[in-house]
Design a protein. Structure first.
Length: 432
């Protein structure tokens, strides 16, 4: 059997296992080991399993993932999300559509220290949604703005998805984190503009919130000093070269813990909850990573990436034509799997194509994560939509997708801007 046929059967088997609801990491690992053993031999394949698993869980560089996850878990149980939303709501909630803008700003602030899109969407479904409904905001808009705001967790540092991309492609994690800042801020700005346009087109659709006194606003703003300090300290240290990414994760987790204790927001039960949450999530990510690495070895011995690169190069589409094809592929995959699975499954195949075409790998990391963000909110799957539905039971999937539609258009426009102007993503990393 030729290696091309073996590779094709491997992909068929992989998707079949995923359709049977086998966890993605397990499916990739199983197909990778079986395929590698067929091409190279059983004993080398079994040896590869042990070496890959041990190297992945003990590699110092990979420690950045559980550390930032622990920081995000500690921040979540400390109630920071509620403080961020309350502060933003105090300042602009009285404006028409202001609660929507406050939700976007608070999502951005929370995403900048949690690093998880799903956690951001789940948290603000319980924090922001009841407040918007209390002031008679439509269900579609309320859930749509939370779903869109949740995607900021995949872009703003520390982003787990960006860290995994960096590990898979052997890029500098710190530079990728810095590269996500400007596109992340652009996303927040464009979401706010989208809400402003909705208010302009339908002025009576989004009501005003409660007007707070300046004393209340000042008090609410004072409560957000801790997350701001934590973000500035961690990301500033990373940008200034004082920390490696793994050290920054450790400093961030320690800082979140100490700030939570100092502010009396952490007790034994909450600390235990944070530790368990971070451990479960990290274990799931490492399982997928190990499976992806095993599957990557299988692709290497069958020379699949090189053959795909040669095939695309001879299509005559040009650099940006091939990039468009890849982006469309990611949008389609967004209908089938979550963001992390998409990154881990496809990057070992796609990355050689991108480097052969001469695209900057840091810039492409931002583009691919932005495209993956769309998969979190566009139908028919939309992981963030499912998360919101699991928290808000009285709203239909159709209502949430209808509310998120304007933000999907905004994301497509932002993606086009980043592709047209790569320096928006590369300017900060170039100064590190």
């Amino acid at each position: 059997m030729s290696t091309d046929l073996v590779a094709a059967l491997g992909f068929v088997a992989l998707f079949a296992l995923m359709l049977l609801r086998v966890p993605v990491g397990m499916a990739m690992g199983l197909v990778g080991v079986v395929g590698y053993s067929y091409v190279v031999g059983v004993w080398p394949a079994l040896k590869l399993v042990g070496q890959t698993s041990l190297r992945t869980v003990s590699d110092y560089t990979f420690g950045v993932i559980p550390m930032f996850m622990l920081m995000g878990a500690l921040v979540t149980v400390s109630g920071v999300s509620r403080e961020l939303f309350k502060a933003a709501n105090s300042m602009i909630g009285h404006l028409r559509g202001g609660l929507g803008v406050a939700t976007v700003l608070a999502c951005g602030g929370f995403a900048a220290i949690s690093g998880s899109s799903v956690a951001t969407a789940a948290t603000f479904s319980s924090v922001a949604y009841p407040e918007m409904r209390r002031f008679k905001y439509p269900q579609s808009f309320s859930t749509g703005v939370i779903a869109a705001g949740g995607t900021l967790g995949a872009m703003l540092p520390p982003s787990t998805v960006l860290a995994v991309y960096a590990i898979l492609t052997e890029q500098d994690i710190g530079k990728l984190f810095m590269a996500g800042i400007v596109p992340g801020l652009l996303a927040i700005a464009m979401y706010v503009i989208t809400i402003a346009i909705i208010v302009r087109v339908r002025p009576d659709w989004l009501p005003r919130g409660e007007l707070r006194s300046w004393a209340e606003r000042s008090a609410d703003l004072k409560n957000v000093w801790a997350p701001v300090l934590l973000f500035v300290f961690v990301i500033g240290g990373l940008y200034g070269g004082f920390f490696t990414p793994t050290e920054a994760g450790g400093v961030g987790a320690s800082g979140a813990f100490l700030l939570g204790l100092a502010r009396k927001r952490l007790d034994r039960a909450k600390i235990r909850e944070a530790l368990l949450s971070a451990t479960r999530t990290a274990a799931a990510v490492f399982t997928v990573l190990i499976g992806a690495l095993l599957f990557g070895y299988f692709l290497t011995v069958t020379q699949t990436p090189q053959k795909i690169t040669d095939f695309l190069a001879h299509l005559g589409l040009g650099r940006y034509g091939i990039l468009l094809v890849l982006m469309l592929m990611y949008l389609l995959l967004g209908c089938l799997m979550d963001a992390m699975a998409m990154i881990i499954l496809t990057v070992p195949i796609v990355f050689p194509v991108i480097t052969a075409l001469g695209f900057d790998p840091i810039w492409f990391g931002i583009v691919i994560v932005m495209t993956v963000e769309l998969g979190l909110i566009h139908p028919p799957v939309g992981m963030n939509v499912f998360v919101i539905k699991s928290v808000v039971h009285d709203v239909s999937f159709a209502t949430i997708f209808r509310g998120v539609a304007p933000f999907i258009v905004t994301d497509l426009l932002r993606l086009a801007i980043i592709i047209a102007f790569p320096m928006l993503a590369l300017w900060l990393p170039s100064h590190m």
